[in-house]
Design a protein around this ligand. Structure first.
Ligand code: SF4
Ligand code: SF4
Length: 180
């Protein structure tokens, strides 16, 4: 489990533009800027955009959140309205919902929570999952009670269990001693 990192995906859906949104410049880690997850990038010019737009690093240039990629999402899902950024977690097919520390409960409001639960059910039966990230704290969205896995560190592994259609989640901690 590494720090939230930028997802490099294909181009935006027709008609999608970031416009006044720049929430990924706060919530997403872009290693080549460098910037951590959850803190505004030093290059943000609030209300205007990126101060180094023409020379911005490749990971920023290539990053498109789920709202940009998925033309089926309605306007309230735009990150500057929703107050969270969604994207595929790097190296997995899990959907990551990255929370704004300033609005950590935004995803639990409607219409978001109902859809997120629905997506989680579909993901689980297809062998994937939906994770909510508040910094390094991870919650797995489950059909019944959501599973708070606590703070995950690099190398920790998320395990999803399916007991005859009843899903639960746990974390296998990375053993630094045996890893040398
Ligand atoms: S969060 Fe999405 S819509 Fe907002 S600036 Fe980033 S890529 Fe654009
Ligand atoms: S360099 Fe520019 S585009 Fe990249 S995170 Fe910083 S403000 Fe955003």
């Amino acid at each position: 489990m590494s720090e939230t990192a930028a997802t490099i995906l294909s181009g935006p859906a027709p008609g999608r533009e970031c416009g006044a949104c720049n929430l990924c410049c706060k919530l997403v880690a872009f290693p080549d800027v460098p910037k951590p997850a959850g803190k505004w990038c030093q290059h943000v010019d609030q209300g205007r955009g990126c101060k180094i737009h023409s020379e911005r690093p490749e990971t920023c240039r290539a990053f498109h959140c789920e709202w940009m990629l998925n033309g089926g999402l309605t306007p309230e899902w735009k990150p500057d309205r929703a107050r969270f950024v969604m994207g595929t977690y790097p190296g997995t097919n899990a959907l990551a919902i990255i929370l704004d520390p300033g609005a950590p409960t935004a995803w639990r409001k409607e219409p978001y929570y109902g859809f997120i639960k629905q997506w989680a059910r579909t993901a689980l039966v297809n062998g994937s999952y939906v994770m909510v990230m508040n910094g390094s704290r991870v919650t797995i969205v489950l059909p019944t009670a959501d599973a708070d896995l606590g703070v995950l560190e690099p190398g920790d592994q998320i395990n999803i269990f399916n007991d005859k259609g009843t899903f639960s989640a746990g974390v296998q901690k990375f053993n630094r001693q045996t890893a040398g």
